[in-house]
Design a protein around this ligand. Sequence first.
Ligand code: PLP
Length: 393
Amino acid sequence: MKQLQDYLTDLAGRGMLRTLREIESAQGPRVQIDGRDYLLLCSNNYLGLADHPALIEASCKATRDFGVGSGASRLISGSMSLHHQLEERIAQFKETEAALVYNTGYAANNGIIQGLLGPDDTVFSDSLNHASIIDGCRLSGARIVIYPHNDMVALEQLLQQETEQRSGRWLIVTDGVFSMDGDVAALPELVMLKQRYDAWLMVDDAHGGGVLGAIGRGTAEHFGCLDQVDLQMGTFGKAFGSFGAYLAARREVIDTLINRSRSFIFSTSLPPGVLAANVAAVDLVASEEGVRRRTQLEANRQLFSQILTEEGFDLCGSSTQIVPVLMGDPEPTMRAAAELFSRGIFLSGIRPPTVAPGTCRLRATLMADHTPTEVRHAAQLLIEVVREEMARA
Ligand SMILES: Cc1ncc(COP(=O)(O)O)c(C=O)c1O
């Protein structure tokens, strides 16, 4: 225990200690913390669906009809009609033969990559991919080749180099929208490379799903290449306002994962209330209301980014609702986040290992139901606080 205490003290001394902030209200554009009202600028509830009446009603009804728990993993006795209904809805939404629901995005990325690749295979992974992809690659035992972020020239060189020793399957895997930078994967080029080198392409669209594309089908819809992404992974916990994740793919991929994917096989399945909320969320995302919410989110994003760029801020190539402001070291980052909090804005500072050392940042995320006044206010305060912090340096 003393060792652990020393470890925690050391983290705190370096501005690296993580602690939990208790939120006393729903994940709306404003939240209550310690009885005080804060503007929430770090939630992934991008479309504001987390407390939407349609999701709440669907969840309550399913809970009343089918109970609270699913009782087991899917392969034992927990494969309920609602799992199948959700998978059919996702496959239809993504225009694939089939889909498989996972308990979380973390479990999905672990289980998909582990379930499809083995030691004879090679995975090409973007250097800024999410931790759950990195862990899935490691778990699979496949040879891992990391390519520089979104660098298609470098990726092609690596694919060429690897050709000589090629064996097994090749998988290129990328975030659709990068979670800490808010930029978008170069999907058209990735599709070209996957075709040229006969590789599979997997896109983790945790942050693009619901947000990008005319009906919210994500990054691949945005680029018009839905049918070229072999493995379309997405989550329900962000723009879809609920919880859980999925893979949409060909039937044989899904059937293989049902037989091999450890995070799918060895875990109690999602409960009825969550499954029903997810079906309602997909319906909403694809509806007129979904379009309206995406339009509002995009207007908020543009307003926020424009104010910051006009003031000379470098937004690291962000073109989405995730807007990073680079700070560098942990201490100034966390001081700035604390200062914003004291002024009524809840926005997280991001530190290693989530991002590389020296690239700590304030990561703002916009929501569809922030008002333009709130967006302007948040941008102005952010500018003020970051400038004050720079002046200290
Ligand atoms: C890109 C990306 N993939 C996967 C995940 C994991 O999803 P979940 O929160 O559902 O476990 C996250 C989430 O936080 C993410 O940002």
